[in-house]
Ligand binder design. Structure first.
Ligand code: ATP
Length: 248
């Protein structure tokens, strides 16, 4: 890990449909090589924060109306998602979002579409993804729509890896999965972080598991950051224990 900051969200306000104020001044930063958790209950604004960063907000009639988002020092708050991917930031959306009619392997290959470094590099990265997710190698010829929720979550993360990102915005990877599978997916995220140096901003309602794998955490409540700190400190914080760790 280094002290280099990749992503800096500074006091952003987000409004949907010109009237619904959802983020009321959110600031956070993501260091290179870290796993940063964005925690909070249903509707706190986690997904909105990730979409503001990736640029996916615009397709939902959402807009960053105040503040700034900087990636490697460049303002990206009005950047479209394809351009953000080119900068090295890719979002894995909540609910997996694989192409149901494509096979697992075809899904993974769609993740490489922005790359210009040739077929050899893409083939090598496919192997890299299969090494992290042996289950995907076994299921590579299966139509994604017929695979399990866990396999689809792996496929969504694998597809993101295929763009060779520097930072992955990972939305609620634990959603709807059995505890053992959640553990497995978080372990893989951790090894991708350690071995590939990919940085993660991880939105999670499952505070318990997120704070065991993340280095640093931010807690959102009603569109505001109410607490932040190193994961180990948050885990020991009495308020976090009472209001968040008991729940999951
Ligand atoms: P969840 O875990 O349910 O995804 P979250 O913390 O990610 O929760 P958001 O999805 O960011 O929360 O939602 C924050 C608030 O914004 C909620 O009150 C939600 O109803 C509202 N919201 C989200 N998307 C839209 C939209 N497209 N139009 C209007 N309001 C929205």
């Amino acid at each position: 890990k280094t002290d280099e900051t990749l992503l800096e969200v500074n006091n952003i306000e987000v409004i949907y449909n010109h009237v619904i104020l959802v983020l009321k001044g959110v600031s956070l930063s993501v260091p290179k090589g870290g796993i940063t958790a964005l925690l909070g209950g249903n509707g706190a604004g986690k997904t909105t924060t990730l979409k503001a960063i990736s640029g996916l907000l615009a397709s939902e009639r959402g807009e960053v109306t105040k503040g700034s988002i900087k990636y490697r020092g460049d303002a990206i708050q009005h950047t479209d998602p394809a351009e953000t991917v080119k900068r090295g930031v890719v979002q894995v959306m909540e609910g997996r979002h694989c192409f149901e009619h494509l096979t697992i392997e075809e899904n993974l290959l769609t993740g490489a579409y922005t790359r210009t470094d040739g077929k050899g590099a893409t083939a090598a990265d496919l192997e890299m993804v299969y090494d992290y997710f042996p289950r995907l190698r076994e299921r590579r010829k299966s139509q994604a729509g017929y695979t399990s929720g866990g396999e689809q979550q792996m496929c969504a993360i694998g597809r993101a890896l295929m763009s060779r990102p520097e930072t992955i915005l990972l939305d609620e990877p634990s959603m709807g999965l059995a505890p053992q599978l959640v553990e497995q997916i978080f372990s893989i995220v951790k090894s991708v972080n350690e071995k590939e140096g990919v940085s993660f901003l991880l939105a999670e309602q499952n505070t318990n598991v997120a704070l065991r794998f993340a280095h640093y955490g931010y807690i959102l409540e009603s569109g505001r950051v109410v607490m932040d700190g190193p994961a180990a400190e948050l885990r020991e914080n009495p308020d976090v224990k009472e209001f968040y760790l008991g729940m999951s």
